[in-house]
Design a protein around this ligand. Structure first.
Ligand code: KG4
Ligand code: ZN
Length: 344
């Protein structure tokens, strides 16, 4: 079955054509990063206007790359939540229009779950093997940071999440403080390579470090507001040399990623999951990928790293996941709601 996926929840307009959940015939992304860079974050109305401009060309490009016609599409999937409402609405209106015009099924997709699916695209054998379950997913993006336990029937339970900023947000805000531009993740990843990770002892929220006891209910939760504030004070009223900047960035990245690695490892042992997967934009981070590999090896867990092209926002994860839903008889009507929230 050939499914067209559409993604417009934030600042990328994406379309993908995926056969049977795993065979990606085309995945096209039009990024608005440059447009929003000057504002230090995504402006929802500007994003919506750009999506409107880009959506048809992006779908056309995907069809051309896959060398298929629109009439060969057998289902249309679209991110329906969570995200920025003005941005989501553009993709949702387009998908509904197409579903109605072509009389094909429509599937609304949860962006958060789609990110998890992104780690498994092209690897159906991993999902088919019951011995890999339950799977522990570390979802780390600009909007979310969570630990999720997934059962063989696809049921996903969030066992921990951030109490304040998401990990990507913590990187983006740090980059803004340091004048490094938006988004912060890729530039921090690059600069950190030349810095000393132990130059600064930045706080690692909710880990019990520095003698602060963690309440049992927050064992798998995250908090990144402390590390951001500590970094702000460390650089306040200083002009940093390139090496000093690299040291701040490397220490900051090590503090943020260190917490992710510690908590993912602890959760994999606690929930007895043979597989740890990591997905979402921050999963592109080279330091995180390396440290997670070491941790997974140490505790004897298999690590599934989402390929970088399916870490950041894309529509292949949307179209791929939709195939599983359609196979199990789930589709949505044209009255399908569009929602900003995750739990919808
Ligand atoms: O998944 P995504 O594209 O969008 C959301 O759903 O949020 O994630 C975007 C986030 C941004 O915060 C960006 O700074 C971060 O992913 N990111 C990275 C890297 N590349 C993107 N963070 C750390 N290292 C990277 N290499
Ligand atoms: Zn995303």
């Amino acid at each position: 079955m050939i499914i067209l996926g559409i993604e417009s929840s934030c600042d990328e307009t994406a379309a993908a054509i995926v056969r049977d959940g795993h065979d990606v015939l085309a995945s096209t992304i039009s990024s608005q990063v440059q447009l929003h860079a000057g504002y230090g974050g995504v402006i929802p109305e500007l994003a919506a206007r750009e999506h409107l401009r880009n959506i048809s060309p992006v779908v056309d490009t995907a069809l051309a790359k896959a060398a298929i016609s629109i009439d060969q599409i057998e289902g249309v999937a679209v991110t329906s939540n969570p995200g920025l409402i003005p941005a989501l609405l553009v993709g949702n209106a387009y998908a509904k229009g197409l579903a109605a015009a072509k009389d094909i099924p429509l599937v609304g997709i949860n962006h958060f779950i789609a990110h998890i699916y992104g780690a498994f695209i092209g690897q159906p054998e991993l999902l088919a093997d019951a011995a890999n379950f339950p799977i522990l997913a570390l979802v780390v993006s600009g909007g979310h940071t969570a630990i999720v336990v997934i059962q063989p029937d696809g049921h996903a339970r969030i066992v921990g999440s951030t109490l304040d900023d998401a990990a990507g947000e913590a990187l983006d805000k740090a980059a803004k403080i340091l004048g490094l531009g938006y988004p912060g993740g890729p530039v921090i990843d690059r600069i950190a390579k030349t810095g000393n990770t132990s130059a600064y002892d930045f706080p690692r929220g909710l880990t019990g470090a520095a003698g602060k006891a963690v309440k049992p209910e927050h064992r798998f939760d995250f908090s990144f507001s402390g590390v951001k504030t500590a970094m702000l004070y460390a650089v306040k009223d200083r002009s940093l040399s390139d090496q000093e900047l690299a040291d701040v960035v490397a220490s900051y990245q090590a503090a943020v990623m260190g917490v992710l690695v510690t908590k993912a490892g602890d959760a994999a042992l606690h929930f007895n999951t043979p597989v740890i997967c990591v997905c979402g934009g921050v999963a592109c981070n080279s330091y995180l990928r390396e440290k997670l590999s070491q941790e997974a090896g140490r505790i004897g867990r298999k690590l599934v790293l989402a390929p970088p092209k399916y870490c950041t926002d894309n529509a292949a994860m949307v179209a791929g996941l939709a195939w599983h839903y359609l196979r199990h008889g789930r589709s949505d009507g044209l009255a399908m709601p569009t929602n900003a929230r995750l739990d919808h």
